[in-house]
Design a protein around this ligand. Structure first.
Ligand code: BGC
Length: 546
């Protein structure tokens, strides 16, 4: 069997027919509804405590931080109240050793330090006057609520949310693995480290990036159409949509605004069909899962998102390279090689090591439509150290990569289509348009990813070509910046007057009940008033405790 025939066989394994597509939509709806009824199902359907979406008139300055992939981003956002905003940010790569650190503190102390550096650089006056007030210890001046930045914490991992700024980590995804953090309240982990540094910052809201994306899209497209769904197709994948609270029959602990009758649900669809009732499973999907840090979970994500697509392609290509008859990247295969006759793969090539093939290379392959596929061949040389690949080699690589991403796009349409169907908006004559905000490297950079989603949406029963025309999928930038800031604003509005002083009183009582030397060491809880002087609190206590 020659290379072309071998390639067709590999490509065929990634076919995803219309019939399968529809079977998946049915299963998605089943699992989505199960998640609204009880905890512990594969689609977690996490209530976000966000019960309204913005309308573009919101104003104020908020901080936002984003932990969710390879980078940590700190930003401050000025909401201008007219659907526009200004944003400044710093971004740092998360050191690999912290992604698998021994203790949660190692990671969260690093994050708090980045917030401090950001404040020193971009809000120096505010930072210094807060530090000055702290050192002069004058009350109430030292503890004025409005001088504390509210921060929206975008934490893009599955969390059991218990309130707008409270949530326990269910599990890590996307290559993170710090077992010590699982089951802990991630807002408190961050607030404790912020307090250790004495920063004037309160972690006001816990935000999933998809909820932020939905908020950002609603703020920036305000007045036109309210968005239904915010989705990420990047390193990971997930979606958040607006659900009627009446349909969420599992308990929602804690307080939330019941007046709107709606709540944003973070579906955590990355774990759709962990049981593999319907999801396709080639040998390469199975190997990828077996060798991942979290076998058996995030099974949908492992077929759809950027972190994994390169690896699926790498595993398939690797098998083709081992097959003598397929003879990929070997001289014997080159019936026509205009570059040289010394095709070879360096032992250091990324093709030979786990995660060695970046999904970005797949975008390059898809974009190259030159007759000689010269861009791909150059890319194979430069990034993968595959020297002088032939045209046939490049064609095989392009075909396999394209098939893996096409399956991913059609699977992406399963989740989008199911949520559109679930909303009932297709049949509502009042709804001219169903707006969906998307973000992430795949939708942004992979050529025609959105077109492949649309093509699949047209093939879904109940949507069809006319339904697909009603769906508008648009890029929503900065969910984790402006979106998180908007949720911090919503959270601030939900704070009851006096919440801040009540927290402070509680802390003072707690300190007074502790031995002197321990009391001064405690970080404040629930708000981020900086490091606190015990002696000072004693003299203030009578008025505060009144
Ligand atoms: C996480 C989600 C997140 C998604 C996109 C997934 O791995 O579980 O919480 O929204 O990645 O970043």
């Amino acid at each position: 069997m020659g290379l072309a025939e071998h390639t067709s066989r590999v490509v065929a394994q990634f076919d995803f027919s219309d019939e399968e597509l529809n079977r998946h939509v049915d299963e998605f709806l089943k699992q989505a509804n199960a998640g609204l009824k009880q905890d512990g199902t594969s689609l977690s359907q996490i209530p976000s405590y966000v019960t309204a979406v913005p309308n573009g008139t919101e104003k104020g300055i908020y901080l936002a931080v984003d932990l969710g992939g390879t980078n940590f981003r700190v930003c401050s956002v000025s909401l201008n109240g007219d659907s526009t905003f200004n944003l400044v940010y710093n971004k740092v790569a998360i050191p690999k050793n912290l992604m698998v650190a021994k203790t949660a503190r190692d990671l969260f102390a690093f994050l708090a330090k980045q917030i401090e550096l950001f404040l020193r650089e971009h809000h120096r006056d505010h930072f210094e006057s807060a530090a000055h007030r702290r050192s002069t210890m004058s009350f109430p001046e030292g503890y004025r609520d409005e001088q504390i930045f509210r921060l929206g914490f975008t934490f893009s991992f599955p969390v059991q949310q218990l309130g707008i700024n409270k949530g326990k980590l269910i599990r890590w995804t996307k290559g993170f693995d710090i077992p010590d953090a699982v089951g802990k309240d991630v807002c408190k982990l961050l607030q404790d480290e912020i307090d250790r540094l004495g920063l004037p910052v309160k972690v006001a809201a816990l935000v999933n990036d998809t909820v932020g994306t939905l908020m950002a899209r609603s703020y920036t497209s305000a007045g036109k159409h309210r968005s239904l769904l915010g989705a990420i197709f990047g390193t990971g994948t997930n979606g958040a949509y607006i659900e009627k609270t009446a349909s969420i029959t599992k308990p929602i602990p804690g307080e939330y605004d019941k007046s709107t009758g709606e709540m944003v649900i973070n579906t955590e669809w990355g774990s759709f069909d962990n049981e593999l009732n319907v999801l396709p499973s080639t040998v390469w999907d199975q190997t990828l899962d077996r060798e991942s840090v979290n076998p058996g979970i995030q099974m949908y994500e492992k077929r759809v998102s950027g972190m994994f697509l390169g690896e699926i392609v790498r595993l398939a290509i690797n098998d083709m390279m081992k097959d003598d008859e397929a003879s990929l990247f070997r001289d014997t295969n080159s019936s026509y090689n205009d570059w040289s006759t010394t095709t070879n793969v360096s032992p250091q090539s990324g093709l030979l090591s786990q995660w060695g093939l970046d999904t970005a290379v797949l975008s390059v392959a898809a974009a190259d439509n030159t007759p000689e596929l010269s861009t791909i061949r150059q890319e194979l040389e430069n990034t993968l150290q595959v020297y002088t690949p032939s045209l046939e080699d490049a064609q095989a690589f392009k075909a396999v990569a394209g098939a893996v991403v096409r399956r991913a796009a059609r699977l992406a349409a399963v989740a989008i289509g199911a949520i559109v169907l679930q909303s009932g908006k297709l049949d509502d004559p009042e709804e001219e348009l169903i707006d969906i905000g998307v973000d992430g490297s795949l939708v942004e950079h992979y050529p025609f990813f959105r077109d492949m989603i649309y093509e699949a949406l047209r093939a879904i029963e109940g949507i069809g070509p006319s339904g697909a025309d009603k769906i508008r999928i648009g890029i929503a930038k900065d969910g984790s910046g402006v979106g998180a800031a908007l949720i911090a604003l919503i959270a601030q509005k939900m704070e009851k007057p006096g919440d801040f002083l009540a927290d402070l009183r509680r802390d003072i009582r707690r300190r007074l009940s502790l031995p002197f030397e321990n009391a001064g060491m405690l970080p404040l809880q629930n708000h981020s008033t900086p490091a606190f002087c015990f002696l000072c609190s004693v003299s203030l206590a009578p008025s505060l405790l009144a």
